[in-house]
Design a binder for this molecule. Structure first.
Ligand SMILES: C[S@@+](CC[C@H](N)C(=O)[O-])C[C@H]1O[C@@H](n2cnc3c(N)ncnc32)[C@H](O)[C@@H]1O
Length: 470
């Protein structure tokens, strides 16, 4: 078996294929190729010096990528905008991985456009801010940035990513709250100030008894839920409360009673302790029963990511507004911010696609935990609204209304870059309805990073300008 696979070390694989060991690790992480031990058995974790990859698998994968790339070049796709060779750690650099978010764009795409079409000190607006990728990258490039999103939780993520921190204090708070939650399972619990009962089991019971969310009770094992509720109860005692909320949400997402391979869109919770065949780990697994190990995993990681962003963060203004970008009075909402009475030089944004994602639903656990007001009904292009002709018409109206609204705060010659998968050919109509002209289109291939398939799909970046200004 090993002979067929042609097992080699990462370094050897890199040398034989003209890649770097980093690239090879990235393919493993994205599950494009498997991990083996020296005996040719597939493994999850390798002991030191044991990890092997299959040259055959690697060559097959690279051949497939090459074919896809050539096809895309023939289709007129932009060479530089595929970002195929950007490794996972750069795609998720610093704060971009503070919390998972389905539908975010790759930071390198934002960088590419902002660096070419704007200069430091420019003011950039993203009316579909999502998790704040545009804001983070604009800040790194010394541009000022404003983001607007309908979802309060997305606004929280974006704000936490772009806030400035006293890093020593932030780290101390992150680790302190983790220590206190860990103590919920030990005798030290008696010393915790918030819950004076001397019996940890009693504290856990009273937290669980006070929980009124059916969702939380169904999707978490009792121990996991007690830890989450305890963490949540402690948050008001700290300075960086939003940051702690994001860490807890991230941990909660991974602590749901779901299979390991289905974290992004699980349909229903699994029974506590029930074994299932895990497509990710290729063995029987049981759903997680606690949240603490996830809190632990993400606490240190978050502190490290904040520190990494602090090294490249500029002092430029970043403002996050929660609201419906069709109707929000942006000018009024900016009163008292660094953008009061200012006009913006451009837009860089990726609107929702038609009927693809329910943006609130993907973070239901966070809405249930923190009680943020849900605004699902105001989402443009929501999945639940479908892709019918009627849904497409509503989409055109919605996106055009957003563009018309943001034009009120843009300079007359502002450039708008809109990243869209225009499979229904709606963007010409949208441009007309917003009195904009499409100046240029950049076609790019997107390789799905999280899915199991390697099928790239196509995205267009529309450059638009006000019709009168061109
Ligand atoms: C494709 S995502 C943007 C992702 C973002 N580029 C990122 O990297 O995280 C689209 C966003 O539009 C937001 N959205 C949908 N309808 C909206 C509306 N009416 N007003 C403001 N934001 C809206 C959704 O909540 C979602 O976060």
């Amino acid at each position: 078996m090993s002979a067929d696979l042609e097992l080699v070390t990462l370094e050897e694989a890199a040398r034989r294929t003209g890649k770097t060991p980093h690239n090879i690790r990235d393919y493993i992480q994205r599950q494009r190729i498997n991990k083996y031990n020296r005996q040719g058995e597939q493994i999850q974790r390798a002991k030191s010096g044991e990890l092997r990859v299959s040259l055959r698998e690697l060559r097959a994968f690279l051949g497939h990528v090459q074919q896809a790339t050539s096809k895309h070049q023939l289709d007129g796709l932009h060479d530089e905008l595929g970002f195929h060779s950007v490794p996972e750690h750069q795609r998720t650099k610093h704060v971009h991985r503070l919390h998972p978010y389905l539908g975010k764009f790759i930071p390198q795409l934002v960088e590419w456009f902002l660096a070419r079409f704007f200069s430091p000190e420019s003011r950039i607006l993203d009316p579909f801010m999502g998790s704040g990728t545009t804001l983070v990258q604009a800040n790194e490039l010394h541009l000022h940035a404003l983001g607007i999103d309908i979802s309060p939780f997305n606004c929280l993520i974006a704000k936490v990513k772009t806030d400035q921190y006293d890093l020593i204090k932030a780290r101390a708070e992150i680790l302190d709250i983790e220590r206190r939650v860990a103590a919920l399972n030990t005798a030290q619990h008696a010393t915790l100030p918030l819950f004076p009962e001397d019996d940890p089991a009693q504290t856990a019971q009273s937290l669980l008894a006070a929980c009124t969310s059916d969702y939380l009770k169904a999707w978490f094992a009792p121990r996991a839920l007690a830890e989450m509720l305890y963490y949540r109860a402690l948050i008001p005692q700290y300075t960086y409360q939003d940051l702690l909320k994001v860490i807890l949400s991230r941990a909660a997402r991974s602590a749901r009673l779901v299979s390991h391979y289905d974290l992004a869109t699980p349909k229903a919770p699994l029974p506590v302790g029930e074994q299932y065949w895990c497509q990710k780990h290729k063995r029987y697994c049981t759903p997680i029963d606690n949240c603490l190990e996830k809190i632990h995993a993400y606490s240190e990681d978050t502190a490290r990511r904040l520190a990494a962003f602090a090294r490249v963060r500029s002092e430029k203004a970043v403002v996050v507004l929660q609201g419906d970008s069709r109707t929000l009075d942006i000018r009024a909402a900016l009163t008292g911010t660094p953008f009061a009475d200012q006009r913006f030089d451009g837009v860089f944004t990726s609107p929702p696609y038609v009927g693809q994602i329910d943006y609130h639903d993907q973070h239901t656990y966070a809405y249930e935990l923190f009680g943020f007001p849900r605004q699902d009904a105001l989402e443009i292009g929501a999945k639940r609204a479908g892709k019918s002709k009627r849904a497409q018409e509503a989409y055109v109206e919605g996106i055009a209304a957003v563009l018309r609204n943001v034009l009120r705060v843009l300079k007359p010659d502002a450039k708008l870059f809109i990243v869209a998968n225009d499979r229904f050919n709606l963007y010409s109509q949208i441009a007309t309805a917003a009195n904009l002209q499409i100046v240029q289109r950049f076609e790019r291939a997107v390789t799905k990073r999280t899915g199991r398939g390697d099928d790239p799909y196509q995205e267009t970046i529309f450059e638009m300008q006000q019709a009168a200004a061109t």
